[in-house]
Design a protein around this ligand. Structure first.
Ligand code: AHG
Ligand code: MN
Ligand code: MN
Length: 299
């Protein structure tokens, strides 16, 4: 039974980075608890992406913001639910996050999650995923878990009854296997190449596992050790929907650390500079061969 703090010590994670990660993990614990009984209705506001904010989006954002504000090591934050990055102080660390990915799935009781990227930076503009020090993706489902990388492989932790995160899966690897999570199937109406790709997965007898939440849809690839998640763009929205800084970047660092890959169809997601906080990107993420198949099919 290895607790999260002991894990950080065991791998020799730098003290300051460990402290930032502990603040993040404390916020995950608090969201996990609050989500069980909170209101699933609309907040009555729009975020910078023009999306309806739910009360859940706002309170998850607030929980994370508060934990990070209380940590002097964190100098800057950016959130999917905030219009701009916010300077907190002189701390060397920057944390970007999607406080509640898939929040519209809470009322139907499907799994949702939080996504975090940790950098040493004074601003998120111009940075690349390649600059990231660590990434965390938390899943609130029947159990609360998170996968983490501090660039020493990928591990999973599970929240125990006692309120501790315990190491549950070590050195997670993603290799080949027939499982697919095809997002944005609307694009099939406009893109014959994407339609053909989806049909080819069907004809090759892949197992469909798609929940509509990027976090659980990607988390299953880590835990099952195989598969592909796709979210392409098309004429109406050439870069798709998912955000480079808040969603695709951290997921891609985890995937590469697990031996998989993540591409926008042409370039590695981690090599793409963040031109603006709200930048979006198409994404194909999973095992190396599947990502290559996407790149070849959609060229
Ligand atoms: P968010 O709730 O943070 O806005 O993100 C939801 C995302 C992601 O979880 C999922 O993969 C995608 O939206 C699905 O979108 P559509 O169902 O609109 O294609
Ligand atoms: Mn999201
Ligand atoms: Mn969100």
């Amino acid at each position: 039974m290895l607790k999260f703090d002991d894990y950080l010590r065991q791998i020799g994670c730098e003290e300051e980075l460990s402290a930032v990660l502990k603040s993040i993990v404390d916020s995950i614990k608090e969201i996990s608890k609050s989500i069980k009984t909170s209101d699933t209705g609309k907040a009555g506001s729009l975020n910078v992406f023009g999306e309806q904010q739910l009360a859940l989006d706002i309170f998850s954002n607030k929980i994370i913001e508060n934990h990070l504000k209380n940590n002097p090591l964190v100098g800057i934050i950016a959130s999917e639910e905030l219009p701009d990055e916010i300077r907190l102080g002189d701390g060397a660390y920057g944390v970007c996050f999607d406080p509640l990915d898939g929040s519209s799935l809470v009322d139907v009781n499907l799994a949702v999650g939080s996504i975090f990227g940790i950098y040493k930076t004074k601003s998120f503009i111009g940075i690349k995923g390649d600059d990231m020090l660590a990434a965390v993706v938390a899943v609130y489902g029947p159990r609360t878990t998170f996968v983490i990388t501090v660039r020493k492989g990928v591990q999973e932790f599970v929240l125990s009854d006692e309120g501790d995160f315990i190491l549950s899966k070590e050195d997670i690897k993603v290799s080949e296997g027939k499982m697919f999570a095809p997002g944005n199937l609307r694009a099939c109406k406009y893109r014959q190449d994407y339609f053909n790709l989806v049909v080819s997965w069907c004809k090759d007898e892949y197992t469909l596992r798609y929940s509509g939440g990027m976090v659980p849809d990607i988390n299953q690839i880590f835990i099952k050790g195989k598969g592909i998640f796709s979210y392409p763009g098309y004429e109406k929205e050439p870069n798709g929907k998912l955000r480079l800084l808040f969603e695709c970047g951290p997921a891609s660092l985890l995937m590469e650390e697990a031996g998989g890959a993540a591409s926008d169809g042409k370039a590695r997601i981690l090599s793409k500079p963040v031109a603006s906080i709200d930048a979006r990107t198409p994404i194909f993420i999973g095992s190396k061969a599947e990502v290559k198949r996407c790149e070849d099919s959609l060229a």
